[in-house]
Design a protein around this ligand. Structure first.
Ligand SMILES: [Zn+2]
Length: 415
């Protein structure tokens, strides 16, 4: 596994970055392997959050060779993740708030199966997707969303302007935090922009992640843990201005940020400064916030360990539900490898694989009813309601769910 450590801030390039929070090192979080690959060692990579003392940006400094890992990922389409209504609202809100020219071009970078673009299309916009994931562009093309099956770069940006037109809207969701070389990415976006173009992206909002205690979203794929203040300075340097920030609860706490070229035609919303004020008041660009965050994480870990030790003493059988990237962070940091017998997951592509590093087998959820474990640790705790609804029989038969986050609890009744 190729990885290296970056010794400067991803945003302002300052070398004054300092480790503020260490989670337990893990292999790449989504590297679930086939049986034949079980004997190959998976390197453990440090999982440390660094704070830049100059601009206040929070980030991981260890970088994994992207092409090596991510092209082999098993992808889930945005449509199957149940994000349909979220993207529908997003398209409506953008069109209503920013009033792009009707029939203008919307370009979505990392467009997945074209779900967001399909809603813009319904609103009378023209659409074009860009996504390199093998097979996904075909899927999008089939649903009528033209998609370029390639990595977004300057060639693609020039090609879009030349062969299509200057986009009215450019979007990229859940990509900016995962981009190591952010400068060149933003430069390439700018190639496609004029003073009317609206650029927006959705990303994790570190402010909400800390508030909601969703630290399991920390894994190597996510390099940046954004707050508004450092981003404002960063974009300004690149000739862009933030005109709007809108938080939402997707993926444990996200925000949608809208930008234009400096001096563009749209007004800057007062909520940009409001969020910066809130962040500053709570010390989000200082070591203070990490002290609180670390304490919260350690407390949760201690409570969990105590609970598991008691259960183990009774000789009970424990398994895990959910085989995603966040599961890997949780399994390693809470040291679950030695008490979970196996994992189950609803997603077919994950079944019959083995978890990163620990090699826990992944089965379909019906295994629960053959094997009758006493406890299920709900690693996919974000889907709490959905999973509990589906497995009421497990509870009726005396089984118990352990919900590890955001606050530890045992559920042994049907809500
Ligand atoms: Zn910085």
């Amino acid at each position: 596994m190729k990885f290296y450590q970056k010794n400067f801030c991803r945003l302002c390039k300052s070398r004054k970055i300092e480790c503020q929070l260490s989670l337990t090192p893990t292999p790449p979080a989504d590297s679930y392997v086939k049986k034949n690959d079980l004997n190959k060692t998976q390197d453990l990579i440090p999982l440390n959050l660094y704070l830049c003392n100059d601009c206040g940006h929070t980030q991981l400094s260890h970088v994994i060779d992207a092409e090596e890992v991510y092209l082999n990922y098993i992808y889930e389409t945005e449509s199957t993740l149940g994000l349909g209504s979220h993207f529908q609202n997003c398209a409506h809100d953008i069109v209503q708030s920013f009033k792009p020219q009707k029939g203008g071009l919307v370009v979505d970078i990392g467009s997945n199966d074209g779900i967001l673009l399909s809603f813009f299309k319904d609103l009378g916009m023209n659409t074009l997707g860009v996504d390199p994931m093998p097979g996904i562009a075909e899927k999008a093309n089939k649903r009528g969303i033209e998609t370029i099956p390639d990595f977004f770069n300057s060639d693609i940006a020039y090609k879009i302007v030349k062969d299509y037109e200057t986009p009215a809207i450019i979007s990229c969701n859940n990509l900016v935090a995962d981009t190591d070389e952010l400068d060149s990415f933003i430069d390439n976006i700018k190639i496609m922009m004029d003073h009317d173009t609206l650029f927006f992206f959705e990303t994790f909002y570190f402010y909400l992640q800390v508030k909601n205690n969703v630290w399991d979203f920390t894994y190597h794929e996510h390099y940046s843990y954004f707050t508004v203040k450092p981003l404002k300075a960063y974009f300004k340097k690149l000739g862009l201005e933030i005109i709007d920030v809108k938080p939402n609860e997707t993926k444990g706490g996200s925000m949608r940020m809208a930008l234009q070229l400096v001096g563009g035609k749209r007004k800057i919303s007062s909520n940009v400064q409001d969020f910066i004020d809130k962040e500053e008041a709570e010390g989000f660009q200082t070591p203070k916030i990490f002290k609180t965050y670390s304490k919260k994480i350690s407390k949760g870990k201690n409570e969990y360990s105590k609970l598991i030790n008691n259960i183990k003493r009774e000789g009970k059988k424990i398994i895990g539900y959910g085989a995603s990237a966040t599961s890997t962070t949780l399994i390693y940091h809470y040291d679950m490898g030695n008490h979970l017998d196996y994992l189950v997951d609803d997603f077919e592509a994950k079944q019959n694989l083995f978890s990163p590093g620990k090699g826990l087998p992944v089965y379909p959820p019906n295994k629960i009813y053959e094997d009758h474990p006493d406890y299920i640790v709900l690693l996919a705790w974000r889907y709490y309601k959905k999973i509990l609804d589906k497995h009421q029989d497990f509870i009726k038969n005396g089984g118990k769910f352990i919900i590890p986050l955001p606050n530890l609890k045992i559920v042994d009744y049907i809500e």
